[in-house]
Design a protein around this ligand. Structure first.
Ligand code: LLP
Length: 418
């Protein structure tokens, strides 16, 4: 994480002291490095240099408006999975003609909303969805550009909850059904076949599953085109992992140079390509600063109780995920082993287990790799307002989300009137 590092004993994100950010904005606080996001995007672009590439940021990873605005300004499109996400793209100044719409459960109103906005493509996930999309498009006088999401049945070797390209997963159309689905798509009114896509899972740290999925995709494209159906773009999904705890995912540029060699060898190198990265663009750009409230030594465990919790950082509770936790100000004091836990009333509310820390109440800790799937999965459980967020650019920190108040949380609710 070149943009998140100690200067002396103080943790900095770019040229901003994390301690100062916490004093100014309070905790828990998410801070993101703009330079890290730019570097991560550049790694994909250099891997694809000289090719026709369209990067659609998978905004489910972090859909805060200012981050979307940043990616829109970099020329990115977006991979959306709901009408709500489309509304965010528009609010952030994103270009709807660069939006692709994924997800197994698109509703008719969401399809119509996306057609009216003029999105680039629907990534269709079932034969039933194809029929409904055709109906919605033709009844409203639109043409929906479609790509069919193939389930290539490869094992990405990641956490079962985030693997998506296996037969037993709910995503995509089975490899064996794909050709039939394309044949049907070209017959249906209101549809224009434009591409093909896959997404095999998330936090993948090995290049093999990507290579296998690309091979299978190309086999299918050959079959479909032999049938007279043109495939204009190839969409390889997202899924490239990041380093949480000594994980060693391939670098985006290295991975793609390798995969493009395969595409070249099979004569597909000059197609329009789309990728849908999420985590790898924002994950290691972010951290969450939290304050130590209490230390609670015990016979079996020592607890370090902090002011961030599973509602802010749900990944440990949901996936037993590991996030590094480091002091905002390093000290030479003796360490003890702690479970770092939040104030939420559940034993599952932990952020890190068995961590060696030298801490006192009032000290601040930074939970690292917190840019992806943290704020976007945050909840109001225990009526805890969602954290504030800052976007750091050099020595400047822009407040991009104010801390949520109890009034914000109750705004949509109504008391009984009688
Ligand atoms: N495209 C599609 C169709 C997806 O389903 C996903 C993620 C992505 C792209 C982006 O994948 P990425 O590049 O971020 O791996 N909440 C989980 C991750 C869920 C990922 C769901 N799909 C976590 O915190 O690990």
């Amino acid at each position: 994480r070149p943009h998140i590092a100690y200067q002396g004993d103080n943790l900095f994100i770019e040229a901003c002291s994390v301690g100062d950010l916490a004093r100014t904005h309070g905790t828990p606080l998410f801070a993101y490095s703009q330079a890290s996001m730019a570097d991560a995007l550049q790694a994909y672009r250099s891997g694809f240099s000289g090719r026709k590439l369209h990067v659609c940021y998978a905004m489910k990873a972090n859909s805060s408006l200012a981050l979307l605005q940043f990616f829109a300004r970099q020329g990115c499109g977006f991979d959306i999975v709901s009408g709500g996400e489309l509304a965010r793209v528009l609010a952030a100044g994103g270009d709807p003609s660069k939006v692709i719409f994924s997800g197994v459960g698109k509703t008719r109103p969401e399809m119509l909303q996306a057609l009216e906005a003029g999105i680039l493509c629907f990534n269709v996930e079932s034969e039933a969805e194809l029929e409904v999309l055709s109906e919605v498009a033709s009844h409203s006088g639109h043409t929906a550009r479609v790509s069919i999401r193939v389930n290539p049945n490869v094992d990405p070797k990641t956490h079962p909850y985030i693997s998506t390209g296996l037969k037993g997963n709910k995503f995509g159309i089975a490899h064996e059904r794909t050709l039939a689905a394309y044949r049907r798509a070209v017959q249906l009114p209101g549809l224009h076949v434009s591409g093909i896509d896959f997404h095999i899972g998330s936090q993948i740290t090995d290049s093999r599953p990507f290579a296998d999925a690309v091979d299978r995709l190309l086999d299918l494209v050959e079959q479909i085109e032999a049938d007279g159906i043109a495939i204009e773009h190839l969409d390889f999904g997202g899924g490239l992992g990041i380093d949480y705890a000594g994980d060693t995912p391939p670098a985006a540029d290295v991975l793609w140079q390798e995969l493009l060699a395969k595409l070249d060898a099979r004569g597909f190198g000059d197609r329009q390509f789309i990728i849908e990265p999420g985590r790898s663009l924002v994950g290691n750009a972010g951290l969450c600063v939290t304050e130590v409230l209490y230390l609670k030594p015990g016979e079996e465990k020592n607890f370090c109780i902090v002011d961030a919790a599973m509602n802010d950082l749900p990944r440990p509770a949901m996936y037993q995920a590991f996030h590094a936790i480091v002091p905002v100000h390093r000290s030479a004091a003796e360490t003890s082993t702690y479970d770092v836990v939040g104030p939420v009333c559940e034993s599952g509310d932990w952020l890190g287990r068995d961590r060696e820390l030298a801490v006192q109440p009032g000290d601040r800790l930074a939970v690292l790799s917190a840019g992806a799937y943290c704020m976007s999965m945050a909840s109001n459980y225990n009526t805890r307002g969602r954290a504030a967020e800052v976007l750091v650019d050099g020595a400047e920190a822009h407040l991009i989300r104010v801390r949520e108040t109890p009034q914000d949380m109750m705004r949509a609710e109504r008391l009984l009137t009688d």
